[in-house]
Design a protein around this ligand. Sequence first.
Ligand SMILES: Cc1cc2nc3c(=O)[nH]c(=O)nc-3n(C[C@H](O)[C@H](O)[C@H](O)COP(=O)(O)OP(=O)(O)OC[C@H]3O[C@@H](n4cnc5c(N)ncnc54)[C@H](O)[C@@H]3O)c2cc1C
Length: 428
Amino acid sequence: MTEYDAVIVGAGIVGLSTGYHLKRMNPKLDVLIVDKRGAAGQGSTAKSAAAFRCLFASQTNFALADSSAEFYRHVQDDLKFDLKLRWAGYLWFFDDEGYRKILPVLRDLGGRGFQYREYDGADLAKKLEMKTDFSRDDEAKMMGLANVQKGVLIPKAGLIDVDSLVKYYESEFLRLGGRIQYHTTAEELVVEPRNPLGMPGEPYFWQDATITGIKTSKGLIKAKKTIVAAGAWTSQLLDPVGIECFIKAKKRQVFSIKAKTESLKKLLYCKEFTNAGCLPFTILPNPTAYIRPAPEEDALWLAYADEFPRAFKVEEEPEAEENYYTYGLYQVMVKYFPQLTDCQPFSSFAGLYEINSIDGQPVIFEENGVMVVGGASGSGILKADSMGRIAAALYGGEEFANLYGERKFKVSDLGLKNRSVEPEKLVI
Ligand SMILES: Cc1cc2nc3c(=O)[nH]c(=O)nc-3n(C[C@H](O)[C@H](O)[C@H](O)COP(=O)(O)OP(=O)(O)OC[C@H]3O[C@@H](n4cnc5c(N)ncnc54)[C@H](O)[C@@H]3O)c2cc1C
């Protein structure tokens, strides 16, 4: 039976990036990616809002996001592989208190050369034909909606076509000789003693044991290293062998509104902030619901990542909930943007965030012969390239990974034993 150098479970953006960087760093490696679905990027990757930003306060986040974005820029501009990058920016709204809290962070970032621009509430009200002051709106007050005192625009941010990014990594991985097997479910990790004694039910606890591959719906696959990049489904493979990965699934929903009226078209194709030809990715102050412009489908995507009491729950095909829009998102959004009055979604979708329950940043570690790459917690697209490089460095036993742009990143910083990540102060 063939023994692969590495088998990767998951052809999402993280598994593909990991496979590509493994092959790029060592083309002789025999690497197989398996996925239970019929094509690449059909898990949470297909459900993302496809937005990216580089401005983070934490050095960890900044390193992961900025170097990934620079790599995507390189793929598009230098390698001429169109990722449909649109530098539309992020426009972040704050109330008084939120702005006071964020100001020292912004000043600090500004001092380090990061670019951002500020707008005051009245200016935003005019530019976006929105409501920013709810002092005379009892309903808005009852709902706890925050006024918009300030808007902060981060220009080094925007939108990417995730299908194209998936295609890029998949085609490069295959070009380098990697193999992919779709419609193949990893049912369990195979644990074997390093020195088998032929006893029934081995390994026993006193035996030195390790993961030697995966049992799949298409048969056994043996590998020197098994890499689990199964997104929100990661714990389904690790829990049965007693490995804690700290990755939990939570549903996230997106509702798409067609820009049918003049006022919605004006909002969607707003040219006031950047020259990308559309509204920036816009985040409300509280609740932090967001509008993701989707000019490619003449639409605005509305979403909110709810926390309590949204369950941690692994689902195969999560569905968007009508009431979540009707009584939740719509009620909030229409207060800020009256242009949305009576708007019904023409489509909606839901996916799963793969949340790292320790600190919301990725986990990349190895334990008992299995590597885990995941837990990007809702920012896997914008960190995928760095995550793949760090995983490949871990595979190679390197202390540091070389992120795009010759930036060094200590591999163990995203591990579990010597984890060292700076907390993020610029949280959406
Ligand atoms: C609504 C929403 C909006 C988002 N918006 C953004 C955004 O704007 N920007 C951003 O950066 N990120 C965003 N994200 C997060 C982003 O989509 C994820 O972080 C990213 O896609 C995770 O990639 P992954 O490869 O780890 O997981 P996935 O894409 O889920 O890939 C895991 C793969 O593993 C496969 N798999 C699982 N179990 C098995 C098994 N047992 N056997 C075989 N195959 C298996 C699955 O089929 C899947 O293809 C969003 C997510 C959601 C849900």
